[in-house]
Design a protein around this ligand. Structure first.
Ligand code: HEC
Ligand code: HEC
Ligand code: HEC
Length: 433
């Protein structure tokens, strides 16, 4: 009897495995001769160049100081590190032998030319929404880049999660392939913005929280999420910026990296605004239209005016002769640049207006104090020095003081440990304090 049950279980498992194997199987698509540059119209290549910028292909597919698009960029996920691949047209190590059909399948379905499933660290769940002509333009752009020889690096994801066929199960659970479906009740501009934001620019990949298996939670779109040691703030009604993000503020932030009434695009957002600055202004405005319609900023001028007045009133707090150690730190380290007494200087964000100070989570403020803002992030060429020489206690004291004097929000808990964790991400995990 026991034997029979065992046979049955083994049988079911075998059939299940074979069935899953059949379900997960994708054909390998044959290599094709390299298309020549002349086979693509210059206009199509130019269009692809703009789309590649809108999709930040270079930021994920290039290591610091490396050849553009040659891959090897490490992406930390909760399961291990995944490396981007070489998407230059090198025939052996890149995508040189890929037909447009193979490229399209990768972009829309997350399947490699050889039939293996790709991990969703590659945001194909967003690229799936691209129109055919946009995929063609991206193909034309990639195939006309200089080929670079660069071998693939294997992910450090442990067995069995590294079995690519299992990604078919992930896709079954979470992936909804399909083109972008315009909303007929909205304007052409809104739909253009939605198409770019949901598709090639995949704003949700950072701004939408993910579930335990790493899929974006659809019912919490743009609610804010942790990404690479930073917090990508909510882009909806729960955004905590004192001045609501109007259409014009979004345009300024997304296309120049600086918004007068908010702050600058630092951390992982730096590369985003740098890339979006290459888009036609109408496209950035369309993205702004889409988010301004979702975040309820219309008609909030009174709220903005009140926030600005309040910020101006808090400007002088901490200046002058000080005995409070936190205020002294501020006066010594920050006020010389951040004092906006006479007029707002968008290049030195007003800390009473900056989301980093008003968010529920102190992470971004700690990041900025520790590491500053590099010339490449935020306003191009503008630098804020980092203060990593300050002790954890001093940074915690300063952050708590800014929170108290610049906002009405509750104090942040456990600040000093958070500073330690952000200063040394690896070590803090095992500390267990
Ligand atoms: C958020 C980071 C990220 C962005 C942005 C990104 N990619 Fe990737 N891409 C990856 C990773 C990681 C892989 C490898 C996934 C794997 O090994 O399963 C990948 C794989 C690919 C592949 C499959 C290539 C192969 O050799 O297997 C193609 C094609 C590709 N990306 C094209 C693009 C294009 C075109 C863009 C811009 C429109 C882009 N990617 C933007 C991270 C990214
Ligand atoms: C690679 C991850 C990433 C992507 C992709 C991304 N963002 Fe961000 N975003 C962030 C992070 C991190 C911040 C916080 C930056 C800071 O504090 O300086 C941020 C900040 C912002 C802010 C400022 C919010 C505030 O209250 O301060 C806006 C607005 C924004 N992003 C819009 C967008 C839009 C629109 C897109 C898509 C076109 C997008 N982001 C794509 C990571 C990302
Ligand atoms: C030497 C001038 C200087 C000093 C000193 C300075 N900052 Fe800054 N800070 C800047 C500039 C410039 C920017 C904008 C950077 C950019 O856009 O590239 C900035 C940006 C910021 C931001 C906004 C980042 C964002 O994502 O929007 C915060 C928060 C901030 N500083 C906090 C502080 C604090 C706290 C101190 C004191 C510990 C301090 N700064 C000291 C010049 C300074």
């Amino acid at each position: 009897m026991l034997k029979r049950i065992l046979f049955l279980i083994v049988g079911i498992l075998a059939i299940g495995t074979v069935g899953f194997g059949v379900f997960a199987w994708r054909p390998s698509l044959a290599k094709v001769p390299q298309p020549t540059a002349a086979s693509f119209s210059p206009a199509l290549v130019r269009k692809g160049e703009v789309l590649a910028s809108a999709g930040y292909c270079a930021s994920c597919h290039t290591v610091r100081g490396g050849q553009p698009y040659a891959g090897g960029y490490a992406m930390a996920t909760q399961f291990g590190t995944i490396y981007s691949t070489n998407i230059t047209p090198d025939r052996k190590t890149g995508i040189g032998g890929w037909s447009e059909a193979a490229f399209e399948r990768a972009m829309r379905q997350g399947v490699r030319r050889d039939g293996a499933h790709l991990f969703p660290a590659f945001p194909y769940d967003h690229f799936s929404k691209l129109t055919d002509s946009d995929v063609s333009a991206l193909y034309a752009f990639m195939m006309t880049r200089a080929p670079v020889v660069a071998d693939e690096r294997n992910p450090t994801i442990p067995w069995p999660l590294n079995i690519r066929a299992l990604q078919a199960g992930w896709k079954l659970l979470f992936f909804r392939p399909g083109r972008f479906a315009p909303d007929a009740t909205q304007s052409v501009k809104w739909n253009r913005g939605a198409y770019l934001a949901e598709g090639v620019s995949h704003c949700g990949a950072c701004h939408t929280p993910r579930g335990s298996l790493g899929a974006e939670k659809r019912d919490q779109a743009y609610a804010g999420a942790a990404i690479d040691g930073w917090i990508a703030p909510s882009l909806g009604k729960t955004n905590s910026a004192p001045v609501p993000w109007s259409h014009d503020e979004l345009v300024a932030y997304l296309s120049t990296g600086v918004s007068q009434y908010h702050g600058t695009a630092a951390g992982p957002m730096g590369a985003v605004s740098r890339s979006l600055s290459k888009l036609p202004p109408a496209d950035v405005a369309a993205i702004a239209t889409y988010f301004a319609s979702r975040n309820g900023s219309a008609g909030q001028e009174a709220k903005a005016t009140a926030a600005l007045r309040k910020a101006a009133a808090s400007e002088g707090i901490g200046l002058g002769l000080q005995y409070d150690p936190a205020a002294r730190l501020y006066a010594g380290a920050c006020a010389s640049c951040h004092y906006n007494g006479k007029a707002l200087n968008p290049l030195r964000p007003d800390l009473a207006l900056n989301s980093a100070v008003s968010m529920d989570d102190p992470t971004n403020l700690i990041q900025v104090i520790l590491h500053g803002v590099s010339a490449a992030d935020g306003a191009p060429g503008v630098v804020m020095p980092g203060f990593s020489g300050f002790s954890d206690a001093d940074i915690a004291r300063l952050a708590a003081w800014l929170r108290k004097t610049r906002t009405d929000k509750p104090a942040w808990a456990d600040l000093q440990n958070k500073v330690a964790a952000i200063r040394e991400p690896g070590r803090a995990q095992g500390k267990g304090e």
